[in-house]
Write a protein that binds this ligand. Structure first.
Ligand code: NAI
Length: 331
């Protein structure tokens, strides 16, 4: 029996997490979910968006899965996601982007993985006003954090039979910060046998749209990873299907790439595939390969048939109808 921390989040979070739990449980895996709240719901109850017991339960259970959490724009509390990643030192954000046959998109064979550094860059939240004149945000890139994320990406290439690693950066302009990241990348990669190259982030954005099938595993600092993940989601059918994992030395938190989608919350129309695929990553992390593959096969089957699709993928199925169809195929 596994004990897993479940953070449903807000917006579409609770409905997609409920769907995910149903799908995971239909495989027969024995999980006890320890549910806790974070974000604006937690402020109402505990006066903080991320109560200490939330961090403590992840530390105790070692593994968590979470729905998206709304972050106020330009004011209000600091992102719960960023806080969790930093507090638990979840330094690697892994986002596999893969075409599903049956989902309409402009490309047929995308199969790439974004490895995003998760703890520093412009996300350290060090900002201050420059009097009336403006404001300043500090970008931090350290040797240690760069080394461990690049090493993580190299290990991922080797362990998963991938062929090539691409570093995305802007070292032509940010010569010290991104220059450091790039130099460490080159130093580590020259000790490996696989092919490697690097690309400036603006060129990477264009090339990913023109020829996404040319890319395999890509490693990059935090901000570029955030932006390019959404771009890559668009290559294979949208944010509704792309999963993610935040992995550290001691803990792992699984979550979809998308946000809380307030525009479609509580309408029973959100696509739960992204969080279900995040649960597939979680089951593999736990060593439950068979159960993970059962879910993957059910998703492939349902998309290939194309009869029960949510509205973001051009269908008319509700979240609940889609989940029932997936569970039917698992059983
Ligand atoms: P978003 O990802 O929530 O939504 C962007 C667009 O994609 C919307 O039109 C939405 O309806 C659609 N979409 C997203 N997920 C979908 C799904 N599962 N099924 C169908 N359609 C889906 O991005 P947005 O609107 O920029 O952010 C909303 C809030 O979410 C913000 O407060 C943001 O800070 C937060 N956020 C939280 C994340 C997390 O908790 N990990 C990640 C990204 C954003």
């Amino acid at each position: 029996m596994y004990k897993i921390t479940l953070i449903p989040g807000d917006g579409i979070g609770p409905e997609i997490c409920k769907a995910m739990v149903k799908v995971v449980e239909s495989t027969g895996v024995n999980i006890e979910w320890e549910e806790v709240i974070a974000g604006k719901n937690a402020i109402e109850k505990y006066n903080t968006p991320i109560p200490k017991h939330v961090i403590d339960t992840v530390k105790k259970n070692k593994v968590a899965i979470k729905g998206p959490i709304t972050t106020p724009i330009g004011k209000g509390f600091r992102s719960v996601n960023v806080t969790l990643r930093q507090e638990l030192d979840l330094y690697a954000n892994l986002r596999p982007i893969k075409t599903f046959k049956g989902i309409k998109s402009r490309y047929e064979d995308v199969d790439l993985v974004i490895v995003r550094e998760n703890t520093e860059d412009l996300y350290t939240g060090i900002e201050h006003k420059l009097g009336e004149y403006g404001a300043e945000s500090i970008k931090i890139i350290t040797k240690e954090a760069s080394k461990r994320i690049i090493q993580f990406a190299c290990d991922y290439v080797n362990d998963n039979n991938r062929n090539k690693l691409t570093c995305v950066h802007k070292a032509n302009i940010m010569k010290l910060t991104d220059g450091l990241f790039l130099n460490i990348f080159r130093g580590i990669c020259e000790k490996h046998d696989f092919e490697y190259n690097d690309l400036i982030v603006d060129a990477a954005a264009m090339n990913l749209v023109l020829n996404p099938e040319k890319y395999d595993v890509m490693v990059m600092p935090n901000l570029y990873g955030d932006i390019l993940s959404d771009l890559c989601a668009g290559l294979v059918g949208g944010l509704g299907i792309i999963p993610g994992a935040n992995i550290g030395k001691d803990y792992a938190v699984f979550e979809a790439v998308h946000g809380s989608a307030p525009d479609i919350a509580n309408q029973n129309k959100a696509n739960p595939t992204a969080i279900i695929q995040s649960a597939v990553m979680m089951l593999k992390y736990l060593g439950e390969q068979d159960k993970a593959i059962k879910i993957e096969n059910a998703l492939k089957h349902v998309f290939m048939e194309g009869k029960v699709m949510t509205s973001d993928l051009g269908g008319s199925a509700t979240t609940q109808e889609f989940v029932e169809e997936i569970c039917k195929h698992i059983k």
